[in-house]
Design a protein around this ligand. Structure first.
Ligand SMILES: *[C@@H]1O[C@H](CO)[C@@H](O)[C@H](O)[C@H]1NC(C)=O
Ligand SMILES: *[C@@H]1O[C@H](CO)[C@@H](O)[C@H](O)[C@H]1NC(C)=O
Ligand SMILES: *[C@@H]1O[C@H](CO)[C@@H](O)[C@H](O)[C@H]1NC(C)=O
Length: 314
């Protein structure tokens, strides 16, 4: 009799432990699913002013980044460009146009177009050089807009066309003199499409400040964008443990404190919610602790009750 009662007690206890385990797993999953702003896209950290979940980051930078399962993309009117890195200290972001030519591949031109907002907020840096290649002799940059082409640390079209396997084609396919090229800035490609420029190919090189005497094989191909951070008091929110975001309808600034709490400026200690101002792991662990205590009490209470009931029945 005594043994049966005890095994019954154990059965119930096991059931409760199982229930508790399922609930804890569910709680963790729910917390993650309701998790507000992801701060990583694969290995690239996502911080203010950027956001990859709508309502996160600064509203000015809304819809600019797109995170897939393998890569982070910078979305523009001319396509999605793979983000190679983001430097939050220097405030720049390096992207790569998969359709542009480089030392190893020649691809027909493709306009690089930014939206007006992007051109204003996150334009190519001044140390990003666009190289227009195989331009026709009628190209505006060889005639009326000659002044848009500059001397790029002493590098010449001949050097470029002779330096790598892909660019050598321009040499090979022209029977006499190699076709003209032009080293220029973003302003040129912003105001004139490749068709107007009348050049068949382009490439872009970044970190160009110290490329004197460094050949095209060693250049860094890509586009470096430099941005400014809107001064909206985000620091105050971050310091209080929140993440800067905005209301997706009104674009009003928000300080996202937890999945359940948004404040206007900062996460107040205890004023909005007891969980406000805590780090996500603190919120999760205090939530789990609450669950554990609650279940321990109920399991203990229930088991004790059923034990007593049985005892009285016996
Ligand atoms: C807090 O703001 C975010 C971003 O706009 C939104 O997704 C979320 O639903 C808001 N939460 C509450 C509780 O208002
Ligand atoms: C995100 O980028 C991928 C890859 O280029 C593209 O297929 C997808 O349409 C983009 N999504 C948005 C919302 O821009
Ligand atoms: C260079 O441009 C000319 C037209 O101006 C074109 O016929 C030729 O194919 C181009 N060269 C390459 C390698 O694409």
């Amino acid at each position: 009799m005594h043994v049966r009662r005890l095994s019954h007690f154990h059965q119930r206890l096991h059931l409760h432990v199982l229930n508790m385990f399922i609930l804890l797993v569910a709680a963790v999953v729910v917390q993650r699913a309701a998790g507000t702003c992801r701060n990583y896209c694969n290995s690239i950290p996502i911080n203010y002013p950027f956001g990859i979940d709508d309502g996160c980051g600064s509203p000015e930078f809304r819809h600019m980044l797109n995170c897939s399962s393998t890569d982070l993309f910078f979305a523009t009117p001319s396509g999605n460009y793979k983000v190679q890195s983001i430097d939050y200290d220097k405030k720049n972001l390096v992207i790569f146009d998969p359709a542009m030519s480089t030392c190893s591949i020649l691809q027909p031109h493709h306009d690089f177009v930014l939206s007006d907002i992007q051109s204003a907020l996150i334009p190519p840096s001044s140390d990003t050089v666009f190289v227009l290649m195989n331009c026709s002799i009628d190209s505006p940059v060889l005639n009326h807009y000659k002044s848009l082409c500059f001397n790029f640390a002493g590098h010449t079209c001949d050097e470029l066309y002779g330096a790598c396997t892909s660019f050598k084609l321009f040499h090979l396919l022209s029977n006499s003199t190699p076709p003209p090229c032009c080293f220029t800035g973003y302003g040129t490609v912003k105001f004139m499409s490749m068709n107007i420029l009348d050049c068949t190919h382009y490439t872009s090189v970044y970190n160009t400040d110290n490329l004197k005497g460094v050949g095209p094989l060693d250049w860094l191909y890509g586009i470096k964008l430099s941005y400014g951070v809107p001064d909206t008091g985000c620091e105050r929110c971050t310091k209080s443990g929140g993440t800067c975001g905005f209301d997706v309808e009104t674009q009003a600034l928000l300080c996202i404190c937890s999945a359940a709490v948004n404040a206007t400026r900062e996460c107040g200690a205890g004023s909005v919610s007891s969980t406000a101002g805590q780090k996500p792991w603190q919120r999760t662990s205090s939530f789990l602790l609450t669950c554990t205590v609650y279940y321990s009490v109920s399991v203990f209470g229930y088991s004790r009750q059923s034990f007593v009931t049985q005892f009285q029945r016996d």
